[in-house]
Write a protein that binds this ligand. Structure first.
Ligand code: ADP
Ligand code: MG
Length: 394
């Protein structure tokens, strides 16, 4: 178990909190503030308990230069509205300067300030120890609250913890509890559902999960690489040529490990990658030469529903079809509904899967929706995340 802000006395302490305020922006305006609102419970806990709060984050890819379009000023403004409290901010091109040190040093208990985009410094992504030290000099304690970058060893996500005691905020606590819990000691039966398009990225995850799960379900764009490995004709469906052999080995490994490995039994095919395309629903061994699989078929949904009936833990990563097109969203929606109705612990990882669940209005029905796509994949791969590793154990 990792230490959290509840395990230490924060009163009067300068708490340096690494948040994920990497929000989408358009013409200088924040178009979605979900990531800011997500951090509010941690920030409020700290201010309510008399901490002096110094927030930091990256936004976009300014590539080590102070570019005004990547300034965190709009975040400070929005955060201030949400907290109903002043959030001090000064745009410092080098992130830490004398003015910033003074501001941090003169904060009163319960006050909040935000540093400028840490990626204005090229040392950030290089995990440069001097920059980490500069950041650390502002605080007494480091609080990790950015899951989206926890798989990267950067100065503000990992390096800073060389110089300060490190604990987790509430977002990280929840990620570790659910993702860590699923990977380390899941309530069984444990099923994983993998889909989406990034086969190459996800094969290592499947490899690791095969050692843990009772049932593995593969749908979405990933399925066709497995079909190919099985010698099936996949028409013009999405294929990861490089990983066909590995897919075949994974099928074999599943058998050796006694894991139930389910692939679609029928697919909805389209003559082109378009919502208005001509479609046919066929068994997986009858995909027409000139068509592509766009979604799982109704018999597959039934098969998955049966397989998920008595599970106690489910991890889902990757949509079952091209859900962005309404005519091919049915499979993803069906799986989302199955999980929403399930009594199991349901964990959603992956940006597009999370977006799909939100779009269907089922987010509240899931136990946990991970906030970090890449980070959650690495967690499921069984890798050590540098930003989590630095947090002290209880
Ligand atoms: P996540 O972000 O949840 O990890 P990915 O990024 O791996 O998921 O994949 C999501 C993308 O996969 C979506 O844009 C979706 O349209 C695409 N996809 C799903 N099924 C198919 C398919 N059969 N053919 C092509 N693309 C697909
Ligand atoms: Mg994605």
């Amino acid at each position: 178990m990792k230490k959290t802000i509840r395990d230490i006395d924060v009163r009067g302490k300068r708490t340096l909190v690494r948040c994920d305020f990497n929000v989408p922006m358009q013409d200088g305006r924040i178009t979605d503030d979900t990531r800011i609102t997500a951090a509010l419970p941690t920030i409020r806990y700290l201010t309510d308990h008399g901490a002096k709060v110094i927030l930091m984050s990256h936004m976009g890819r300014p590539k080590g230069e102070a570019k005004s379009e990547f300034s965190l000023e709009p975040v400070a403004v929005r955060l201030s509205q949400l907290l109903e409290k002043e959030v001090e901010f000064k745009s410092c091109p080098v992130v830490v300067c004398d003015t910033i040190k003074e501001m941090a040093g003169s904060l009163s208990d319960g006050e909040v300030m935000l540093l400028e985009n840490v990626r204005f410094r090229k040392e950030e992504t290089k995990n440069d120890p001097d920059f980490a030290k500069e950041l650390a000099s502002l605080g007494d304690v480091f609080v990790q609250e950015a899951f989206g970058t926890a798989h990267r060893a950067h100065a503000s996500t990992a390096g800073v913890a060389e110089y300060l005691p490190a604990v987790s905020g509430f977002l990280i606590e929840k990620e570790v509890k659910f993702l860590g819990g699923a990977v380390e000691q899941p309530e069984r039966p444990f099923a994983a559902i993998m889909g989406g398009a990034k086969v190459g990225d996800k094969i290592p995850v499947i490899e690791n999960l095969l050692k843990k799960v009772d049932t593995l379900i593969v749908g979405g764009g990933m399925a066709y690489t497995f079909f190919k490995a099985m010698g099936l004709n996949i028409g013009t469906s999405i294929l990861d040529e490089e990983n066909v052999e590995l897919a075949g080995q994974l099928l074999k490994k599943a058998e050796d490990n006694g894991v139930k490995f389910l692939l679609p039994v029928d697919v909805i095919c389209a003559d082109k990658f378009d919502n208005g395309a001509e479609t046919v629903t066929v068994d997986r061994d009858s995909i027409p030469e000139n068509m592509m699989g766009m979604d799982i078929g109704p018999r597959t949904v039934q098969l998955y529903r049966e397989a998920l009936k008595n599970v106690k833990t489910v991890v889902w990563n990757g949509p079952m079809g091209v859900f962005e097109m309404p005519n091919f969203a049915g499979g993803t929606r069906a799986v989302a509904e199955i999980l929403a109705e399930s009594q199991a612990i349901t964990i959603i990882g992956g940006g597009d899967s999370a977006a799909a669940v939100e779009q269907f209005g089922l987010a509240e029905k899931m136990s946990h929706i991970s906030t970090g796509g890449g980070a959650s994949l690495e967690f499921l791969e069984g890798k050590t995340l540098p930003g989590i590793a630095v947090i002290e154990d209880k």
